[in-house]
Design a protein around this ligand. Structure first.
Ligand SMILES: *[C@@H]1O[C@H](CO)[C@@H](O)[C@H](O)[C@H]1NC(C)=O
Ligand SMILES: *[C@@H]1O[C@H](CO)[C@@H](O)[C@H](O)[C@H]1NC(C)=O
Ligand SMILES: *[C@@H]1O[C@H](CO)[C@@H](O)[C@H](O)[C@H]1NC(C)=O
Ligand SMILES: *[C@@H]1O[C@H](CO)[C@@H](O)[C@H](O)[C@H]1NC(C)=O
Ligand SMILES: *[C@@H]1O[C@H](CO)[C@@H](O)[C@H](O)[C@H]1NC(C)=O
Ligand SMILES: *[C@@H]1O[C@H](CO)[C@@H](O)[C@H](O)[C@H]1NC(C)=O
Length: 391
């Protein structure tokens, strides 16, 4: 990863290009809603999934959000913004690093949250999401000064200040989503990377700073039943994992009947309990509420979730723009329809590629009928190519 950082010259690229890779000349970059990032040739994407980590699953769309190259040079984002203070309990702070995190290129894909929740008997600490807990940081090494997105949570006397971002693609219907991140800071916080529709359709990766650094929680909600009792099968917490305070690739495969979770390419958890069935969206957050799951953070303490990139390989329910296609203009709608009609002529892989975030063509199926997905011979072909090139 680190060895693949572009030379400093690349930092001069326009922001829209850095946040949203150009797909092709056919599309504008500011409202590019055609999710085939970084390789315009790809018709669909194949992912190895399943209990054997070796079952091909096909998806129609691909997004790569890269936060690594956002600085103009070293030393630009090396200081975190000041912690939220006791009086800032309304989530009214403005967004930090607004030139990036409030740009058109950002806002078309992400929403920085400011909602709050009051204290309850089970969750005694009120929580307030503040946009000032979402910001950029930068590796403190002039020769390797990559940037990364940061979500922060901190404990005040009367409340917990939290950070959350939500992806605007609200109609994911099955996906493989990955994130290269790490978590650090005080005990009593939760870093979440998950699909969400409601409390009964949610598939989670959660890193609890109360846990040992080799434990991660993989859960399909609901994890508590209507009587308030824990549902044992809902959550899996493997141990002896690569430590979460170092950079690792975290991944959820949300399939029609199964959930699989991977860490650095290895399948570490699986579940068939309550696999989400409603179109959902990707959420990331850093929070605490004094409940038994998060635990309590001590007043004055804080913890951070750092993210270098997010990769989203997905299908949608209905058009990719969502109902009404309001996120797109007529021209790009037409181009999308054209692309769809091509079906899955060109299959791309996203794993085992030369550069993460740049899918590579693995097969071309000229006879693919419109809308038809990959026939068996292509799967066999991919397998054969895999053997042939020694993958
Ligand atoms: C994604 O959609 C395509 C086209 O409908 C379908 O063939 C494929 O099986 C879907 N993938 C998953 C994982 O459901
Ligand atoms: C809290 O922070 C805000 C914004 O930085 C500042 O205006 C205010 O004076 C601070 N309040 C206290 C009590 O420190
Ligand atoms: C929260 O964000 C929404 C949408 O950006 C905005 O309309 C609202 O005023 C914000 N609320 C607070 C408390 O800042
Ligand atoms: C998803 O939401 C629907 C509608 O609210 C609900 O019936 C269902 O139990 C939820 N969970 C799953 C896994 O389907
Ligand atoms: C967190 O602290 C509150 C008191 O502020 C207490 O009621 C609650 O039980 C504590 N939560 C845990 C998980 O210990
Ligand atoms: C997409 O971008 C073009 C050119 O910048 C603009 O004219 C159009 O209004 C945009 N459409 C949407 C839905 O934002």
């Amino acid at each position: 990863m680190i060895g693949m950082l572009p030379p400093w010259g690349a930092f001069a690229l326009p922001l829209a290009l850095l946040l949203q890779p150009v797909v092709s000349d056919d599309y504008t970059t500011t409202n590019n809603t055609t999710p085939h990032d970084n390789n315009k040739d790809c018709g669909c994407y194949v992912v190895s999934s399943g209990a054997d980590s070796n079952t091909p699953e096909y998806f129609q769309y691909y997004r790569f959000y890269d936060f690594r190259n956002l600085a103009e040079g070293p030393g630009q984002y090396t200081k975190a913004p000041p912690l939220i203070n006791n009086t800032q309990n309304a989530g009214e702070e403005s967004v930090w690093d607004a030139d990036v995190l409030n740009s058109d290129a950002w806002n078309v894909d992400w929403g920085i949250q400011n909602w709050s929740k009051p204290s309850t008997e089970d969750f005694p600490i009120p929580m307030v999401n503040s946009p000032a807990n979402v910001y950029l940081l930068q590796n403190d090494d002039a020769n390797n000064a990559f940037t990364y997105l940061t979500l922060r949570t901190s404990r005040l006397d009367d409340f917990q200040s939290a950070g959350e971002i939500e992806n605007e693609q609200k109609n994911l219907m099955h996906c493989s989503m990955r994130m290269y991140g790490r978590v650090s800071g005080s005990k009593g916080a939760v870093a979440g990377f998950f699909t969400f529709y409601d409390d009964d359709n949610e598939s989670d990766i959660e890193i609890l700073t109360n846990d040992a650094t080799d434990v991660i929680r993989y859960t399909n909600q609901p994890s508590v039943d209507k009587e308030g009792n824990e549902v044992q099968v809902a959550s899996v917490a493997p141990t002896k994992l690569p430590r979460w305070d170092d950079w690792q690739t975290h991944r959820i495969d949300w399939l029609p009947k199964n959930s699989y979770w991977f860490l650095d390419g290895n399948q570490v958890a699986a579940n068939t309990y309550s696999v989400p069935r409603i179109p959902s969206y990707l959420v990331m957050n850093m929070w605490s509420d004094g409940g038994t799951w998060s635990g309590n953070m001590s007043v004055g303490d804080s913890a951070e979730f750092h993210i270098q990139w997010i990769e989203l390989i997905f299908n949608t329910s209905g058009p990719v723009e969502g109902p009404g296609g309001s996120r797109n203009d007529k021209r790009s709608m037409d181009l999308l329809e054209k692309r769809k009609a091509k079906g899955c002529e060109v299959v791309c892989k996203v794993d085992g590629v030369k550069q993460i975030g740049t899918p590579e063509v693995v097969s071309v199926n000229k006879s693919a009928a419109p809308g038809m997905m990959v026939p068996t011979w292509v799967v066999l072909f991919i397998g054969a190519v895999g053997l042939w090139v020694g993958l």
